[in-house]
Design a protein around this ligand. Sequence first.
Ligand code: SF4
Length: 242
Amino acid sequence: MRRAASLEAPPSTTGQPPLASPHRAAGAAEALARIPVITPGRAAGTPVPPETDAQWQALTADVLSCTKCGLHSTRTQGVFGVGNRRAEWLIIGEAPGAEEDRRGEPFVGRAGQLLNAMLAAIGLPREQVFIANVLKSRPPGNRDPKPDEVAACLPYLMRQIALLQPRLMLAVGRIAAQNLLATDTPLGRLRGQVHSFGELNTPLIVTYHPAYLLRTPADKRKAWEDLKFARSTFQRLASQEE
Ligand code: SF4
């Protein structure tokens, strides 16, 4: 299992300000990790049916060869997404950064490590979720995505969602949240509620991007509130379907 190199500033488990001690933090995360959030009815280890697997492979090939917007000419490679194709949680960020562009995987580097720690704190190993971005190619200089780029790329995410059919989506960061919800409402006002996304009306919750939290550690406490809200929402949804 991939682990964050350091939980130097994870969300608090107690509602107190973010923990300063890596040891206390790791212990808290491990304790919470024992809380099951994956329902047995859709085990993450269950194989994907062959026909669905073929659709995933076709979609991956489409993304990696895509030239639908200008970003294809400056990217190193497309970043399709990573994770369990039986996942019940879909984590969605903005777009690949430099390291993601180089490695072909979303949320790597320090922000990725913090995301892993955030997920672990609610009992979700990275391997049990699916992680993707709104944009599959890196905008030069990590600039914000342009509307035409989002419009060109969003159908890929929609196809991912149709295949995955997640029980809950977690949009991390303002750009992802605003583009998915087609709004310019500030992120702070999108937090703390269950939105509905797409034709499947997939429940969607908003929180901060880990890169932002690395720059603004004071907001990790709010992110922890978001994660607890997401976890409780997921458990409520799961119990309703049992
Ligand atoms: S950002 Fe999306 S639409 Fe644009 S080239 Fe990359 S995969 Fe294609």
